[in-house]
Each structure stands twice: as C-alpha cells, then as structure tokens.
Ligand binder design. Structure first.
Ligand code: ASP
Length: 322
C-alpha cells in the first residue's frame, strides 16, 4: 500500500465459452449485479478484498453461473464447489475445494484467509472449519437444479455413445470436440479489484467441469492457477478447462509478466495464446495491474465480463478477436 489515493476499479467475469444467444441477457444481468455489489464497497472506501468477495457472492447466488447453486454436477449427481480469494496487499490467501454443504464457498475461503494459519481446506474439513466459524451447512440437494440433472444425463448419454470426451486432457493431440471449439460451457465466476488505498485482490469460484469425477479439483481455487493477486504484480481470475490452466500455472504466469513490465492488455492476450499454443487449452482471463490498467482475453467464442470505474459501468459479451 502506498500513500496515494487510487481510482478504484472492479472487473468481473461470468465464464468464457460459446454462450448461446438466449443465455446472454442472464449472463449480462448477473455480471451487472455483481459489479453493483462489489463497486458499492469500493465507492465507500472499502477494501478490494471485500469488493471481490461481495461480487463473487452475487454470482454464486445466481443460478445462471457454474458457481454456488446451479453448478454443474459431478458424475454421481452432486454439486462440489471450489473457491479461492487472495489479498495482494497482505499476501494472504484462503481457499476451499470439494465442498458440498456451503451456499457461498467464497465466504468460507474468506474465513480461511482471515481466521486460519493455513491457506487451503478441502471436503469435510473445509465444511467443518466454515461451520465452526459461523457458516450454515446446508443439504447438497439445495444446490442442485433440475436443469443440471438433465444436462448431466445428456452428457453421460453422449459419453456412453462415444460422442464426447469427458476425460479431455487438454493436450494438443486431444481431438475431442471440446478441444477444437471450446463449446462446453465454462461458467466459472471471478473478480479482480484495486481499491483507493492501492491494494489488489482477486477471487474465483466454480462448480468445476460437467460430469467431473468426485474429488476432482480444477484450476479455479488453486493459487497462481485460476486466481492470484500481488500488489507488486497484478490480480487475475481465470475460467476455462482447468487441467491445462493448472499445468501452466497460468494466473501467476500472467501476473509475472505484468511485474516484468508488460501491459496487462498484452499480458492477458499472451497468456491465452500460451495456453493454446502449449497445451491446446481454451479459456479466458481478467487481469488488473496496480496502476489500474487492465486486460481481458479469451480464445472461446464469447466471454461474459464487466468493469466498474469512477467513470461508470460497462458489461459485455466480448467476442473472439475483439
Ligand atoms: N476452470 C474451471 C474448472 O476447471 C471450469 C470453468 O472455468 O468453467 O474447474
């Protein structure tokens, strides 16, 4: 933190994939609601960390997205959630993975960040930690939507008929349709913020990939993969097929480039190119530097995103090539 006042800024994303026409309005509305909640925190002089938590909480509560209630289901029909947030000023992080009984895993991650000497909890231990710090445990069925039961059944039928590759590796020689066009939905949510005190924060929350094997953890909640923040570098949140992103530790890769002097606009683009060129991966990212410059990039047909600054709010469905 330095002595100067910074212009606060908040960026959010609601996934990057071939978002169908009929789903675009819901994605934009969700992104806008998240910006409003998060930016209200920054406008009253609040912390970047509080802003990203508030924004992601709104997105977790919105069943449009693959986070919180309405998430994709595991192969055995349950919701298993992963979330991480990071405070780039204090260099503190908190994460949870494979939680099934929490409505807002990002709030559990915040409790880990603030209340624990540890950084990361999984499964029953994470739920017990959250419960012992005041969070309500719910039944997993409260997070499951009929829409997702049907989606899972269809995916499993396709897999049984050999029409889809749900064990996608993300390697360049993987010829599954998902590799080629990134058509599978990636509705993971995330936010990055810079507050008036000059601190950066990032948060990412997900239900993971459709039909995932129970216990699988993706990139979203792993430090430096789907989320990272450091005041001396940048703040980043990603979405996309997690396995290639994890192998490249792509969030940290991008923030390191900003620290080395690359503009965030360029670093985000380079990171997504690296994801594709090295491992044939698809995804998107939002990247925010300590000076308020930001970049967003994706190599999927669309990405739901929004930005709020003192000049106002902008949301969009950024399409490839823009
Ligand atoms: N990155 C997430 C995961 O692999 C999925 C997504 O972004 O949609 O768990």
């Amino acid at each position: 933190m330095d002595e100067r006042q910074h212009l606060p800024i908040l960026l959010v994303h609601g996934g990057a994939w071939a978002i169908p026409e009929e789903a675009k309005a819901a994605h934009e509305a969700g992104v806008r609601a998240a910006l409003e909640a998060g930016y209200a925190v920054l406008e009253r002089g609040g912390m970047a960390l509080d802003a990203v938590e508030a924004a992601v909480t709104v997105l977790e509560d919105d069943p449009t997205f693959d986070a919180g209630r309405g998430s994709f289901l595991t192969s055995d029909g349950r919701v298993q959630l992963d979330a991480l947030l990071m405070d780039g000023g204090r260099m503190k992080a908190g994460g949870v993975a494979c939680v099934e009984r929490l409505r807002n895993p990002i709030q559990a991650a915040r409790l880990v960040l603030e209340q624990s000497p540890h950084v990361y909890f999984v499964g029953a231990g994470a739920e017990e930690f959250a419960r012992s710090h005041g969070m309500k445990l719910i039944d997993n069925s409260e997070l499951v939507l009929e829409r997702e039961r049907e989606r899972l059944a269809q995916a499993q039928q396709r897999a049984a008929a050999g029409l889809a590759d749900d064990t996608f590796s993300g390697e360049p020689d993987d010829k599954s349709p998902e590799t080629a066009v990134g058509m599978l939905s990636h509705d993971t949510v995330g936010a990055v913020a810079l507050d008036a005190a000059g601190n950066l924060a990032a948060a990412t929350s997900t239900g993971g990939t459709l039909n995932k094997t129970p216990g699988r953890v993706g990139d979203s909640s792993l430090i430096g993969c789907g989320c990272y923040a450091d005041n001396l570098a940048a703040a980043v949140s990603l979405t996309g097929w997690g396995e290639p992103i994890m192998k490249l530790v792509l969030g940290k890769w991008a923030t390191d480039r900003v620290a080395a002097g690359t503009a965030p606009e360029m670093a985000a683009q380079e990171a997504i190119e690296y994801l594709y060129n090295r491992l044939g991966g698809h995804g998107g990212m939002i990247l925010l530097g300590p000076d308020g410059r930001f970049g967003l990039a994706h190599n999927t047909p669309a990405m739901a995103w929004g930005v709020a600054t003192p000049a106002g709010m902008r949301t969009g469905m950024r399409v490839e090539g823009c």
